[in-house]
Design a protein around this ligand. Sequence first.
Ligand code: PEP
Length: 249
Amino acid sequence: MRKQIVAGNWKMNLDAKQSQELIEALKAQSLDSNVSVAIATPSVHLAAAVAQTQDSSIDVVAQNMHQATSGAYTGEVSATMLKSIGVNTVLLGHSERRAYFHETDAQLAEKVNTALDAGLNVIFCFGEELEERKSGSHFDVVSSQLSKALFHLKANQWDHIVLAYEPVWAIGTGETASPEQAQEIHAHIRAVLTAQYDAALAESISVLYGGSVKPSNAADIFSKPDVDGGLIGGASLNAEDFAAIVNAF
Ligand code: PEP
């Protein structure tokens, strides 16, 4: 059985007090124990969030890290730094990192290697832009993103990878892929993994959907057989909404 996962991506929101309050509010919710729940906080809050979630099942995830193991990279955070404060997972390849910080597939391949070498798990984000969807090239785009950033990995390294398909046109826009569109591309992702590796590996990987998931649409999206959960932006900033999404399976 694949893991069902709901991860919140707080992006660059909430100060220290607000972060603490949101985690307390989340801990007060009753959350489906069959679902792995994670929150990706800004890096400055990670250590406090790890301490605050010790007595809960909520995982704390980093939103990014540098591809180098250490060195003269002012302002950056390394994989080993994350590990040293008790963070076990990092988001890589979010469309905002690709768009605003010009992260390339090649750079992401390096980041994935560095993360895995340091013992981190990776939630790898990818997805097509609106123009690519309109022109019908979205299947090729996601195949290429996966292939360039991840297909150098050995099969056993995939134990530490979760995929998050996030169509860029649906992120923060209020527009969501329909459950059928999500299922169609998630099935394609599994087919691509089968072709590159094998069916057993493809069936074992959790593939999350991200893009304007809310309490009102989560159950329909999560009901699709190849959708194993969600990466949640805006709605993860509200404890009740986030809990409702976790409990939507
Ligand atoms: C995201 O940033 O990963 C995301 C899915 O955002 P939203 O849910 O706000 O569309």
